[in-house]
Design a protein around this ligand. Structure first.
Ligand SMILES: CC(=O)SCCNC(=O)CCNC(=O)[C@H](O)C(C)(C)COP(=O)(O)OP(=O)(O)OC[C@H]1O[C@@H](n2cnc3c(N)ncnc32)[C@H](O)[C@@H]1OP(=O)(O)O
Ligand SMILES: CC(=O)C(=O)O
Length: 525
């Protein structure tokens, strides 16, 4: 028995085809092959690799993909029906579909009369013949044929009779699955459910699938509605990449099917977040922090009341156990915190702190005062740690700063401009005064600070800056606007964020910079 036949719902991934129709999502041949391997390892049932009739990369993909050792997934080549008035055996695009030599071929065809007459500019009879002929031809060549009924819901709403007749043509040709597509993404879940049921009554015995787009932010909801109505194949993309606002997000629909609807679709759901990050990384796209299930903030608790509750019982504010999708709980500290947030952060630092203690209240009050001045500790865990350490007497000053100075020199002879910084500090009784240049003022300050500290703390050579962000915070009550600088430092193993706020951008940068080094030295102690 096929591994797939055990599954209540099969997952059909089109990241490599419809995903690449999305703006900003491009994949090289190697990227496609790597993603295909990962999708297979994760337990995706069908991987649509591309459209061989579209470009040489997709032709090559199917050649190269033959060398992949896929353990579970079936590869699908995607294309359209034959063109109007062209015999199917003479259609070059259909020939390329066969030459891809995949076990599965997916073709799309028109369901909406408007598209038949206005876009294809042919008759409804010829459209049905195009669908029937192409499916039958591919079946004759031994392929499993998935039929994507483009614009099915719009077509059905316009004329149920026409849309069903077009779909029947695919069933007559022998299609293995009829996939109802919400191509323009404008259909609502109730409509999807109703129409999916009507299709099964009109064409009994042929499995149906669902392919949705996210134009109304309903891609996932519509796929779930179709499954509830009997669909057994769900098409979508990892992280919802795809044309316009994207496709049904498999990264959301998979945990919904598995955890909420009790339909086991993948063997190791806890690998979901890694897969999501992998596809972002390979396509060089930033991770979407607020993504459901897999986003960085999906289980981040900020409000004091919530943190208090999750400390007692995680599920009081978590709809699933974060680890079940490979994610984790994150407690944020901010002006919205209560003592519970501070206690949890202190516990993570290994510092015992009691609720109601003077120390807990002092730290909380300090955080709220500083956030009111413009500090933001959410992304600056390093500065927060320093604040807690200082307030709780777990801090030893590694150096005493006396002064710093920066300059920017622009030459008139075409010489590159130069940024220079000086730093004067003391480590114990020993004073140090250094001068350094840099590509910018912050870089020059960073260089001068390191040069001053290196003789005392050679280990800071491993620390470098990985991110620098500036934000202007509005002035209020007749105060001037302030600058908030967030810096992320790394020692190659761990990253930590620090924050500085001042009316002066250089001073704000300096505060964040010094905190970054200071924290590293505190932790070493
Ligand atoms: C809903 C979907 O996502 S379907 C997938 C859409 N994806 C893509 O379009 C990406 C890949 N596309 C391509 O690389 C190119 O568009 C190609 C190679 C397929 C076609 O390129 P060209 O031959 O230059 O045609 P062009 O793209 O300008 O127009 C598409 C043609 O296909 C025809 N066509 C559209 N849908 C279908 C269909 N289901 N069956 C047959 N022909 C179709 C159109 O009528 C049009 O032909 P016409 O201008 O003679 O009327
Ligand atoms: C087939 C397809 O990609 C669509 O209808 O959106």
């Amino acid at each position: 028995m096929s591994v797939l036949s055990d599954k209540p719902v099969r997952l059909y991934d089109t990241t490599l085809r419809d995903g690449t129709q999305g703006e900003g999502f491009q994949l090289s041949l190697l990227d496609k092959l790597r993603i295909a391997e990962r999708l297979d390892a994760f337990g995706i049932d069908y991987i649509e690799g591309g459209w061989p009739g579209s470009n040489p990369k997709d032709v090559e993909f199917f050649q190269e993909a033959k060398k992949l050792k896929l353990a579970h997934a079936k590869l699908a080549a995607f294309g359209s029906t034959r063109r109007a008035d062209t015999p199917v055996e003479e259609d070059p695009q259909v020939r390329l579909l066969l030459e891809a030599e995949t076990p599965v071929v997916t073709i799309f065809g028109k369901s909406w009369e408007l598209h038949v007459t206005e876009v294809l500019r042919t008759t409804v009879e010829e459209n049905r013949a195009m669908i029937r002929d192409t499916v039958a031809y591919l079946k004759k060549h031994g392929r499993e044929v998935v039929y994507d009924a483009e614009h099915f819901f719009d077509g059905y709403k316009d004329s149920p009779e026409h849309a069903l007749n077009a779909l029947k043509a695919a069933a007559e040709g022998g299609a293995d699955c009829l996939v109802l597509c919400d191509t323009n993404g404008g259909t609502l879940p109730g409509e999807v459910m109703e129409i999916a049921k009507a299709v099964q009554e009109a064409i009994p015995g042929v499995p149906i699938g669902i392919h949705t787009h996210n134009d109304c932010e309903l891609g996932v909801a519509n796929a779930v509605a179709a499954v509830k109505a009997g669909a057994v194949q769900v098409q979508g993309t990892i992280n919802g990449y795809g044309e316009r606002t994207g496709n049904c997000n498999l990264t959301s629909v998979i945990p919904i099917l598995q955890l909420k609807m009790d339909l086991k679709v993948v063997p190791e759901l806890e690998k979901l977040r890694d897969l999501s990050y992998f596809v972002d990384d390979v396509s060089n796209n930033p991770h979407f922090a607020r993504a459901a299930f897999v986003g960085r903030t999906a289980f981040a608790h900020k409000g004091g009341m919530h943190v208090n509750a999750v400390q007692k019982l995680a599920r009081s504010y978590e709809h699933i156990e974060p680890g079940s999708v490979g994610n984790e709980q994150n407690i944020l500290v901010s002006e919205l915190s209560g003592q519970s947030n501070i206690l949890m952060k202190a516990e993570q630092l290994g510092i015992p702190l009691d609720k109601g203690s003077a120390e807990a209240k002092t730290v909380l009050q300090k955080v709220k005062e500083l956030e009111n001045e413009g500090y933001a500790y959410e992304a600056a865990g390093g500065s927060l740690e320093l604040l807690i350490r200082r307030e709780l007497g777990r801090y030893e000053k590694p150096f005493e700063l006396k002064e710093f100075h920066t300059s920017f020199r622009q030459y008139r002879d075409g010489h590159e401009p130069v940024c220079e910084a000086t730093v004067k500090l003391y480590v114990g009784d020993t004073g140090k005064y250094t001068v350094a240049e840099g590509h910018g003022v912050v870089n020059a300050l960073d260089n001068a600070l390191r040069e001053a500290l290196l003789p005392f703390y050679p280990e800071i050579a491993t620390v470098s800056l990985v991110d620098y962000k500036v934000r202007i915070i509005d002035g209020h009550d007749a105060t001037a606007a302030k600058t908030r600088v967030l810096i992320v430092s790394t020692d190659g193993t761990e990253n930590w964020g620090t924050v500085g706020v001042s009316e002066n951008i250089i001073e704000a940068s300096w505060i964040a910079l010094v905190d970054g080094i200071d924290l590293f030295l505190q932790r070493r102690k």
